[in-house]
Ligand binder design. Structure first.
Ligand code: FAD
Length: 376
């Protein structure tokens, strides 16, 4: 059996980032990916440009669109326009291109990629972690990064992550052509989706349209919503292939590490419970996990607890407020739209959230107070 320093399960945004940084630090890293082909991955692809700080290479080659303006609507009327200040604060990417790009950087840095390699067993074997693939191949390593996304069975099996997992219901459509979407503008629609919102993000030669519902565990009637939204964007009501996905979202502070093992990205339930922003925390957690694992592997720290602590401090504290905002906003969305989105200062705040300049904690108390006062 081949021994590695680190095995990374899943070559998505989080896993490929961890693999890149660990390989760059000189560790023997193998990235295990179950899919052999590069399928279209369900994702809006909206990402704060601030993620660039976690990479020494330029991400611009895989950015399809730089967003300068965000248009909001309530049932496709009552528009609000938010100009995004500063230089290119919000990008749109195709998730499969992003994953492939970072994976190729990890390989250039010395990581090995095995695919298809679907991990079906994970267990402790003395000083090592041992993984087994669907077809019986086994590998061992001192450490494992769990980066296999929203369906990961390992957090529960290992007693890590939130005690109760929470999911958003999503449907996404990748459309060919731009319809009537203008360059540099993305759209958010509240009002048509129960407990959530719809988005339309422009790509080079297409549009990502999607729907997410965040509270209450009810599947959404996405076809009837898309039949209203798509013509408004200049497409036929039944255009594009639909993909449904359950997205694991943040649901409380929780341990994200064990002995030589860490959870990252969706497997760690890091996705924003209000706006479904999961790429930034996936990339951040991949980076932070690599830092922590490097220190542990070279004997500078005794355990990986600093990883859990840094994610709580840098991301979880903001998500705790994001969850509270979601619970109030999506229960009273019309009030939320009027006083949360239509306030004169709201576009600036929204822009700052989308670009990662501020967290939910910076606005939450005021927003929740206003929503409750309005309901009283
Ligand atoms: C419809 C939709 C829209 C979204 N829109 C946005 C958005 O606009 N902006 C944003 O920031 N976030 C968005 N997100 C969230 C974002 O896509 C995710 O949070 C992000 O992709 C998480 O990355 P990850 O690397 O943790 O997981 P994933 O990208 O899911 O990667 C997991 C990888 O692990 C592999 N894998 C799974 N099981 C195994 C196994 N057993 N063995 C080996 N490999 C395995 C998978 O094939 C995959 O490659 C959206 C999500 C959805 C569903």
């Amino acid at each position: 059996m081949i021994n590695q320093d680190v095995l990374v399960i899943g070559a998505g945004a989080a896993g490929s980032t961890a693999a890149f940084h660990l390989a760059k630090a000189g560790h023997k890293v193998t990235l295990l990916e179950k899919n052999s082909s590069n399928l279209i991955k369900p994702c809006g692809g909206g990402m704060a440009a601030a993620v660039q700080k976690w990479f020494p290479f330029d991400l611009m080659p895989i950015v399809d669109e730089v967003i300068k303006q965000v248009d909001f609507s309530w049932c496709l009327t009552d528009p609000v326009i938010a100009e995004l200040p500063g230089s290119s604060p919000f990008w749109i990417v195709q998730r499969e291109k992003l994953d492939l790009f970072i994976t190729s950087q990890a390989i250039n840095a010395g990581a090995k990629l095995l695919k298809p390699f679907k991990v079906t067993q994970l267990e402790r074997n003395g000083q090592f972690w041992r993984v087994t693939s669907e077809d019986g191949h086994q590998l061992q390593a001192k450490a494992v990064v769990i980066a296999d996304g929203s369906k990961s069975p390992w957090p529960k099996a290992l007693g890590l992550g939130p005690a109760k997992e929470h999911y958003a219901f999503t449907t996404s459509v990748r459309l060919e052509g731009r319809g009537n979407m203008k360059k540099g503008i993305s759209r958010f629609e509240f009002g048509l989706v129960k407990h959530g919102f719809a988005w339309a993000f422009p790509l080079n030669d297409g549009v990502n349209v999607g729907i997410g519902s965040f509270i209450g565990q009810h599947a959404i009637n996405s076809n009837s919503i898309l039949e209203k939204i798509l013509p408004n964007l200049g497409f036929s009501p039944n255009a594009g292939k639909r993909q449904d996905a359950l997205l694991r979202i943040w649901n409380g502070h929780s341990p994200l590490n064990g002995n030589g093992i860490v959870l990252v990205g969706d497997a760690a339930s890091l996705c924003d419970p209000f706006l479904a922003e999961g790429l930034r925390p996936a990339l951040m957690s991949g980076y932070e996990a690599a830092l922590s694992l490097n220190n542990w592997l070279i004997g500078e720290s005794e355990n990986l607890n600093d990883y859990t602590n840094s994610i709580q401090f840098k991301w979880g504290n903001s998500m705790a407020w994001g969850k509270k905002i979601a619970q109030v906003f999506y229960r009273f969305p019309q009030v939320g739209y009027q006083i949360g989105i239509k306030r004169p200062t709201a576009p600036k705040r929204i822009a700052e959230i989308l670009s990662g300049e501020i967290g939910y904690g910076d606005i939450a108390k005021r927003v929740i107070k206003r929503l409750f006062l309005q309901r009283a």
